[in-house]
Design a protein around this ligand. Structure first.
Ligand SMILES: Nc1ncnc2c1ncn2[C@@H]1O[C@H](COP(=O)(O)OP(=O)(O)O)[C@@H](O)[C@H]1O
Ligand SMILES: [Mg+2]
Length: 219
């Protein structure tokens, strides 16, 4: 088991009082497993991903990743967790504009102390980025930028990848191609993948689907 969420609850304060979003979530991911997290807009998918990423803490319950309760880590512990144990891919590509494609791709792997030149070469080839390594993010299309973001995340071979609608900014054909690459490369890297998508078609490509509804895992 790489990720184990146990009875997670999370509310947000609003003018009308506390708004409960997650009301007791249990979710397990095995090592290397790919799981699609689906649900209507506003159902709490991003909230759950942020908790798993250590970007926020649950009100109650446990988020165990690789045997550690990340909700109980202090700020430094959570920063270290994000540096070395988890990879994030969001809809915004979040590339570093002042770094070349090559430097963007190796950035997290170097921070995590897991730079591996042969794996990066395989990644850049399979992502179709070999001819673009000297370019800067602003010189790339959206699909190319997202492939760099995926390469940067997988270069470090994190045990867990969390992706929040990573192809949501791309047209359908480009998004499908990028997602296929991400799935196959996650498998090669041995990374488990929790992918938020509201596309049933994309969700079908993963090992398993879970549906978030009414603050609970419905299926
Ligand atoms: N920081 C926040 N403060 C208050 N409400 C929030 C905050 N983040 C999200 N919400 C609310 O929580 C609900 C779930 O949001 P979110 O997790 O982003 O849903 P999803 O990703 O499934 O669309 C929404 O109603 C949203 O408005
Ligand atoms: Mg969201």
């Amino acid at each position: 088991m790489i990720l184990s969420a146990r009875n997670i609850t999370k509310s947000y304060p609003t003018a009308e009082g506390l708004l409960p979003i997650l009301k007791g979530i249990d979710l397990d991911l095995d090592a290397g497993e790919t799981v699609a997290l689906t649900g209507e807009s506003g159902s709490g998918k991003s909230t759950l991903l942020h908790l798993a990423a250590g970007l926020d803490r649950p009100d109650a319950g446990e988020v165990i990743v690789s045997g550690r309760d990340i909700g109980k880590l202090d700020d430094r512990g959570r920063a270290a967790y994000r540096r070395s144990d988890v990879g994030l891919v969001f809809q915004q590509f979040n590339l570093i504009p002042s770094l070349s494609v090559a430097a963007n791709i190796s950035f997290h792997a170097r921070l995590a102390g897991r730079f591996d030149a042969a794996w990066e070469r395989e990644l850049t080839e399979r992502l179709g980025l070999s001819q673009l390594l000297a370019r800067y993010p602003e010189q790339l299309s959206g699909g190319q930028q997202q492939r760099v973001a995926i390469g940067r995340t997988l270069a470090a071979r994190p045990p867990l990848v969390l992706a929040d609608e990573p192809t949501g900014n791309l047209d359908e054909a480009t998004g499908d191609a990028v997602l296929d690459l991400m799935l196959s490369l996650s498998k090669t890297a041995g990374s488990a993948l929790l992918l938020v998508t509201h596309s049933a078609r994309l969700a079908d490509k993963l090992d398993r689907k879970v549906l978030l509804r009414g603050g609970m895992i419905a299926a």
